[in-house]
Design a binder for this molecule. Structure first.
Ligand SMILES: [Zn+2]
Length: 348
């Protein structure tokens, strides 16, 4: 049975990295021997291809009506926009400051948030994007930059993105967690490790919606960040949690807080991010998503939608609450039209 009246996966990567040619340059031919650290070395230089055939297979298989497409690590805006234009009933896209990152990687410019925001302003002005993400823009050299941000440096950068989101009346996404395979440095996304930093932005920009990518849980070891994200969402009306990598108990944890509840949760799986689901029989949680470095990279299309919807299906909550998590909140916060009125509980 379909789990809700309308189902939106709010976190999807429809682009897949063409890794083979870059690995060949490194002399790596056997995919089973390729480690995440090898992938991290070449990821930003790789081209990506349209992986919508596999995505649409899963959408049909699991009755997912719409996906919000986002870019990260070398993915571009063009493929996402082409898909939105070709299938307007199936896709929406978030804006990603790819050009600024590319120029910085090529050594043509020094990466600045001002340049990233200028690019995002151009993208959002086309009307083809419904938000900024995934995550806040960040220096692609931050992985190895040799300089650690101060909190004030980074917060002032983030305020530039918030000003832009206010101007265009779109939500922003703040990343939380790591997939665990790649060594993600502190400076790449300082706010990623400190959900509480977002409190100042939420208070200064009450008219801008902020969504924590992954709601604190990406690669299996982030229960502390889930707690922190829930606390921030509970204290600020404009902060939301994306929950697609939550196992069932984590949904209940968020739902149990009366200042969070189903009105603040949005389902979104990170489909396409190649994070496999681990099984540990008899343990809690029995399954969770995480890259395991000793296993090497995953070469098949991980079935995260199937796993995640199974977690959601175990929730014994009203269908109207379920409908908010699976689509209603995303329709409202991202300002996506729905053809039939009064199908979702009104949230003030
Ligand atoms: Zn992602």
């Amino acid at each position: 049975m379909k789990l809700g009246r309308f189902v939106i996966d709010t976190h999807v990567h429809v682009q897949r990295h063409a890794a083979g040619p870059e690995f060949k340059k490194l002399g790596l031919k056997d995919p089973k021997k390729i480690q995440y650290k090898d992938l991290a070395k070449v990821m930003r230089a790789m081209t990506t291809y349209d992986n919508s055939k596999r995505l649409m297979y899963d959408m049909e298989c699991y009755d997912v009506d719409m996906c919000i497409l986002c870019s990260a690590f070398g993915m571009n805006n063009d493929i996402n926009v082409e898909l939105v234009e070709k299938y307007p009933e199936k896709f929406r896209a978030l804006a990603f400051a790819r050009e600024t990152a590319d120029k910085a990687i090529a050594g043509e410019i020094e990466w600045t948030m001002e340049a990233a925001v200028e690019e995002l302003d151009r993208l959002l002005s086309t009307g083809k994007f419904i938000g900024v993400g995934e995550g806040m823009p960040s220096n692609p050299g931050g992985m190895t930059g040799g300089k650690t941000y101060t909190q004030t440096d980074r917060m002032d950068e983030l305020r530039l993105v918030m000003d832009l989101a206010r101007k265009h009346k779109v939500p922003v996404r703040v990343h939380s967690g790591t997939p665990m395979g790649y060594p993600i440095c502190y400076t790449f996304w300082p706010e990623n490790w400190h959900p509480n930093w977002i409190r100042d932005l939420a208070a200064e920009y009450p008219d801008v919606s902020i969504i924590f990518d992954h709601g604190g849980m990406q690669g299996g070891r982030w229960d502390n960040q889930v707690e922190e994200c829930i606390q921030v969402a509970a204290n600020h009306d404009n902060v939301y949690l994306e929950t697609g990598l939550y196992w069932t108990d984590l949904y209940y944890k968020a739902l149990a807080d009366p200042n969070v509840g189903p009105e603040k949760l949005m389902w979104g799986t990170d489909w396409g991010a190649s994070i496999p689901v681990q099984t540990q029989l008899g343990m809690t949680p029995q399954t969770y998503a995480a890259q395991v470095r000793k296993d090497g990279i995953v070469t098949h299309q991980v079935d995260v939608m199937g796993w995640s919807l199974k977690q959601v299906s175990r929730l014994d909550i009203s269908q109207d609450d379920m409908n908010l998590i699976l689509a209603g909140n995303a329709l409202r916060v991202y300002n996506i039209d729905f053809p039939v009125s009064r199908m979702f509980r009104i949230v003030n």
